[in-house]
Design a protein around this ligand. Structure first.
Ligand SMILES: NC(=O)c1ccc[n+]([C@@H]2O[C@H](COP(=O)([O-])OP(=O)(O)OC[C@H]3O[C@@H](n4cnc5c(N)ncnc54)[C@H](OP(=O)(O)O)[C@@H]3O)[C@@H](O)[C@H]2O)c1
Length: 447
């Protein structure tokens, strides 16, 4: 039967497919957000039938997969994806389930070492042809490992595809609270009118993780916290916090504003702190002399008229006290506060990303009673309590946007290059690698 939508997953036997892609596709299908006659073609080199493949995927994840739904839309297809000759038969299969207007999503859930050969094979088999907006390629970070390699990846992809056919996934951008950032900023006069260096004293973007590297040693040791987290997720958040309003709310204008932020960044060299958790060198498959950082902190500045002079503190690390991701905006005290003989407390806007998402705004209030005492109270909004049913997972939103051709939540080539340019600067800053046992150990070294 000819399909309206075909999602082909390369690397379909991996962690990403089991934990994120299959649950998201099943949910979209159940909620009738993608066509009823969709086919998910799961490509792998292992010997499976569709049922045994899906059972194996269920064993890979603690999430309960909706196997009934998945069995009705998934087909496992055995192929060696690095082998050009294997594409002849595969291409015929794809043709047999396609009509003229079938939307094709080719999702590369594979490591960066396979990207070049698979991208070439897909193009040579004419699965994606330039100018055909119905045929798109999706791939995951890492997008290179420095500016030069990121440029090389972009050049390689452009040999085969148009930029508008390429979707680079940064799943943080699919998180509900991150999507909400622009709304909170631009749709609230109390924030939009005070969102600048006259009112804001400092900004923190902190992503703390409790877990270590789990079973990602091979990848993580070649990457580290700066490249794994800051280059993509944290700089993207910084852009959304610091950007000016776009000329119009469409993907390209939003990205144009984000690029201006990335290009205006400067680093406070003396603030750079790299750490490695105690026990990292004993993790399986980590070289005993590894210098890879599992923690990074630095202060930087966004040199735009809006934010010049405001320190942005960026922090991410593993094996910290708890999983906690948030943006903290601290406002200057009012001039009136300084005249009072009371402790000066600042207003803070805290945008919580994980584990729970929501917004807290702390305000100063008189403590009830006969004395002139001040207390801080918090106005809180918890996203998870405000919606009925589950908040969609990031991958549901991202897959739906790919299907609908909306590129706002995907990273454009020049954002990737500009962010690597800044990361390369940070790498060159003089720094030591400090060993830490606890969050307290490393936090007290922050200048
Ligand atoms: N997992 C996540 O949450 C996550 C998050 C963000 C980004 N990513 C990125 O997404 C990509 C996939 O991640 P993952 O965690 O799913 O990786 P993974 O668990 O290691 O899976 C990799 C997949 O690639 C296949 N593969 C590896 N080498 C191959 C080869 N030589 N020939 C053919 N197939 C080969 C594997 O097949 P076999 O099973 O046969 O080995 C498997 O299906 C990576 O680029 C990763 O950085 C992952």
């Amino acid at each position: 039967m000819k399909k309206d939508l075909v999602i082909t997953i390369f690397g379909s036997t991996g962690d990403l497919t089991a934990r994120k892609l299959l649950p998201a596709i099943a949910k979209l299908y159940k909620n009738k957000l993608i066509p009823k006659n969709v086919e998910v073609v799961a490509l792998g080199r292992r010997d499976y039938q569709t049922d045994s493949y899906l059972d194996a995927m269920q064993n890979l994840t603690t999430k309960v997969l909706d196997l009934e739904t998945l069995k009705s839309i998934v087909t496992y297809y055995k192929i060696q994806i690095t082998e050009p000759n294997a594409y002849e038969a595969f291409s015929k299969y794809i043709q047999s389930i396609s009509h003229e207007n079938t939307k094709h999503i080719y999702y590369l859930a594979i490591g960066p070492e396979l990207l070049g050969s698979v991208a070439k094979n897909i193009s040579e088999a004419k699965l994606i042809e330039k100018n055909n907006a119905n045929q798109v390629l999706v791939f995951e970070k890492p997008f290179g490992h420095d500016l030069d390699s990121a440029k090389a990846v972009n050049q390689m992809l452009w040999q085969y595809y148009d930029e508008k056919q390429i979707y680079r996934i940064d799943h943080y951008l699919g998180k509900e609270m991150i999507q909400n950032l622009m709304t909170v900023r631009f749709a609230n006069r109390i924030f939009e009118d005070t969102w600048d260096s006259k009112s804001i004293e400092s900004v923190k973007i902190f992503v703390k993780e409790k877990e270590g590297i789990l079973n990602r040693a091979g990848y993580y040791d070649t990457s580290g916290a700066l490249k794994d987290m800051v280059q993509s997720h944290l700089l993207q958040i910084l852009c959304l916090v610091a950007m000016d309003p776009p000329k119009e709310y469409n993907s390209d204008y939003i990205k144009d504003e984000k690029i201006k932020v990335l290009r205006s960044l400067s680093i406070d060299e003396s603030s750079v702190l790299f750490g490695q958790y105690d026990g990292y060198l004993e993790e399986p498959n980590i070289p005993s002399d590894s210098k890879t950082e599992t923690f990074v902190y630095f202060k930087c500045y966004v040199n735009t008229p809006r934010f010049r002079g405001v320190p942005f503190e960026i922090l991410t690390g593993k094996k910290l006290k708890e999983k906690k991701s948030y943006i903290e905006i601290t406002y200057f005290p009012t001039t009136e506060q300084e005249k009072w003989n009371l402790p000066i407390e600042r207003n803070k806007l805290i945008i919580k990303i994980a584990p729970k998402d929501g917004v807290d705004l702390t305000i100063n209030s008189k403590k009830p009673g006969l004395k002139e005492n001040l207390e801080q109270i918090s106005l809180s909004f918890k996203m998870s309590e405000s919606v009925e049913g589950n908040i969609p997972e990031a991958y549901e939103k991202l897959l739906l946007d790919i299907y609908q051709g909306s590129k706002t939540l995907f990273t454009r080539w020049d954002e990737i290059e500009a962010s690597w340019q800044f990361i390369d600067q940070i790498k060159k800053c003089p720094h030591n690698l400090v060993s830490y046992k606890t969050e307290k150990d490393i936090m007290k070294l922050i200048k």
